[in-house]
Each structure stands twice: as C-alpha cells, then as structure tokens.
Design a protein around this ligand. Structure first.
Ligand code: NAD
Length: 234
C-alpha cells in the first residue's frame, strides 16, 4: 500500500508492462509477436534511412495490435488517481498506445511518442493524427515539403519528448512509482536514481527490474491486479 498525504506530489513512470494485460506484448522476454523484428532494424533513424517500408510494416503491425486492445484495470486505476489528485499527479509513459486516454486519463505525457500520430522526417510540421496501416509495397506517404511521413515515435538514438517537463516533475515529486518497465531503456531507467534523493520510490511489476536497488520497495505482481488497490489517499 502507498499512502498519499495532502502535501505529496506523485510521479508515475509506466512501461510496456502496463499494457501487457491488454494484449499488447512487451518486447523483452515475450517472444511471439515481435520475434520477426530486430529492434535496431525497425526502430532507429538508420533503419528508416535503409528501409522505410520495413519500418512502416512494423509500425503497421503495432497499430493493428493496438487497435484491438482495450484498457485494463491498471489503466483505469491511474485515471481514477488523476481525478483524485489533479495536478499533484504526473504520469509519464514510455508506451505509445492510447490505452491511458481510453481509460479516461487526460494528462499523460508520452515521452516516446504516440502510435496514432505521424510526422514528416524533414520539416517541423506538427505531428498529426494518423491511423493508417502502411503495409509492404505501398508508397511511403509524402509531406507537401517532399519529406517522407514517418511514425511519431522516439527511436533508439533519438531524444525522448518533453524532457524539460519531466525533469521539473521529478524534482518536485515526493513519491515515485515505476510500473511495468524493466529498467533497461534510458533515460527513463535513471529517473528513479534522480527521484530517490528526495522521494520514496516504488516498483510495480511481476519481476524485479534490473535497477531494483534504487527502489524503497518492489510490489511484485501484475499491474492490472495491484494498481487498483495500491494507493490510499490520507
Ligand atoms: P520494458 O523495458 O518497459 O519491459 C517490460 C516490463 O514489463 C518487464 O519488466 C516485465 O516484467 C513487465 N511486465 C510484464 N507483464 C506485466 C504486467 N502484467 N504488469 C506489470 N508489468 C509487467 O518494455 P520493453 O517491452 O522492453 O520495451 C522497451 C520500449 O518499448 C519501451 O519504451 C516500451 O515502453 C516500448 N513498448 C511500448 C509498448 C506499448 O506502447 N504498449 C509495447 C511494447 C514496448
């Protein structure tokens, strides 16, 4: 149980594990769905330069998988916490799906981008809504500027989005909670090291993350089962 007092500010970092019970597999240890793809061949600027069709094939698959998914009790628990805490809660997700929003959350920060948006790979036109699946052998769509349309997703070697806001929220938090993230992907894996100098830090997931020593306590179990009964407002 995590007690939240009126003066507390809560920072929650979520990863692929939060959406696992919704049927969107994590990358690590899941085998199965993503097995045919090596991440560096489909999720890096070099991959985009080399073979944009393969990249769109991968993201088209991810869109099809995400389209079939529905939020699970973990997403609903975070949406309820947002309603209770307002701006005393800051949720940042590494997930690109929109299951938090489907569950009713309105303020989640997507540090690795959003699956349902695309952007130009050349100009600074704002990311736009895009639910298309670009299967193999279709033309890569083009921006009016001549650039190619790519997924609005932060790839390996690219800088995540909203880092200034994330840093400010990390500085201000008194409670830090990581959910369903293996503690491998940077910079998110280092957030806990920053927060623990001034905040209690908790982990929620079925197995301890690689950076478990940085946490005050790990709650071992599925987030869909644990999150709905984890937080107690004092
Ligand atoms: P990750 O590094 O966040 O690892 C997944 C973690 O989820 C593991 O530690 C695992 O123990 C945990 N987990 C599995 N089932 C869980 C459950 N029911 N409840 C709570 N935790 C559970 O993620 P990754 O898969 O290694 O992917 C790396 C990058 O790809 C990250 O940015 C990740 O968020 C992203 N990704 C996003 C999605 C999505 O948008 N839904 C899906 C796959 C990967």
């Amino acid at each position: 149980m995590i007690k939240i007092f009126p003066q507390d500010r809560v920072f929650i970092l979520t990863g692929a594990g939060l959406s696992a019970e919704s049927g969107i597999p994590t990358f690590r240890g899941s085998g199965g769905l993503w097995r045919n793809y090596r991440m560096e061949e489909v999720a890096s600027p070099e991959a985009w330069q080399r073979d944009p069709r393969l990249v769109w094939e991968f993201y088209s698959l991810r869109r099809r998988v995400a389209r079939a998914a529905k939020p699970n009790p973990g997403h609903f628990a975070l949406a309820e916490l947002e309603r209770a805490l307002g701006d005393r809660l800051f949720v940042v997700t590494q997930n690109v799906d929109d299951l938090d929003e489907q569950a009713g959350s309105r303020r989640v920060i997507h540090m690795h981008g959003e699956l349902w948006k695309s952007r130009c790979d050349r100009c600074d036109r704002a990311p736009f809504d895009d639910a298309e699946v670009y299967e193999p052998f279709r033309e890569i769509p083009r921006c009016p500027c001549g650039g190619q349309i790519r997924p609005y997703v932060c790839w390996f070697g690219e800088l995540p989005y909203h880092l200034d806001r994330i840093q400010a929220a990390l500085d201000a938090c008194t409670i830090f909670v990581a959910v369903g993230t293996s503690g491998v992907v940077e910079p998110a894996a280092s957030f806990v090291a920053h927060a623990r100098s001034h905040a209690q830090s908790f982990y929620v997931g079925p197995e301890a993350p690689v950076n478990q020593d940085a946490f005050t306590k790990c709650f071992l179990g599925n987030s869909g089962e644990l999150l709905p009964k984890l937080f107690f407002l004092q």
